[in-house]
Design a binder for this molecule. Sequence first.
Ligand code: SF4
Length: 237
Amino acid sequence: MESQLNLFSKTEIKSENEIKETKTITQTSTPKTITVLEIKYKSLKEAKTEALKCTKCALCKGRTNVVFSDGIENAKLMIIGEGPGENEDLQGLPFVGKAGKYLDKIFASVNLNRKEHLYICNIVKCRPPDNRAPEESEAKACSEYLEAQIKYIDPKIVILAGAVAVKGILKMKDAKITKMRGQWIDSKDPLLAGRKIMPILHPSYLLRHEWNKAPDSPKAMMWKDIQEIRRVFDELK
Ligand code: SF4
């Protein structure tokens, strides 16, 4: 089966001004063929069981643990990052290092947490060496697990943390996270259609810019974005 995440049509991005006006970016390109949503695994449990022993790409060689997910399985809100770092690899959980704790703090500021509201995972489940970004081939090899996670968690909101997650999920090679952050994206991809998708700045980027106290600082933008996420979360039935 060809990976659904590799079938994503290119997302059409409107100009920055249009983005400001519309608040939502819509994929307007129509797929030439209708893709039938096929997921390799029959359940999330089956996908996890396979992932925990997976050797489909070279990242398996350097891992301590496969980092599948954290959070609750009936979450309305899913956060997708790029891949595990050192702490995540050691603990087998996503976003548990300094950046992860910062992410928790951001969501806690609007009373959302992993134990009650969130499901967190990554594009790749094994740690890339030296914390480099996952390669396209690695993301592709790992996509069947992420597809199963999206299908079975069935989140209403999907938050893409950082440029690598945006590029990996929306197949936008030139994605500029600083321009796309805070915008809702409607995707026509069968796996993502009907979900509210928002890119946010990666928490490690926010930590690197903590010194910046300007009104348009990354931290100020994140504060604005998390309020919008909470607003839409509250509107969910
Ligand atoms: S990163 Fe994904 S595809 Fe690669 S070995 Fe780990 S689980 Fe398998």
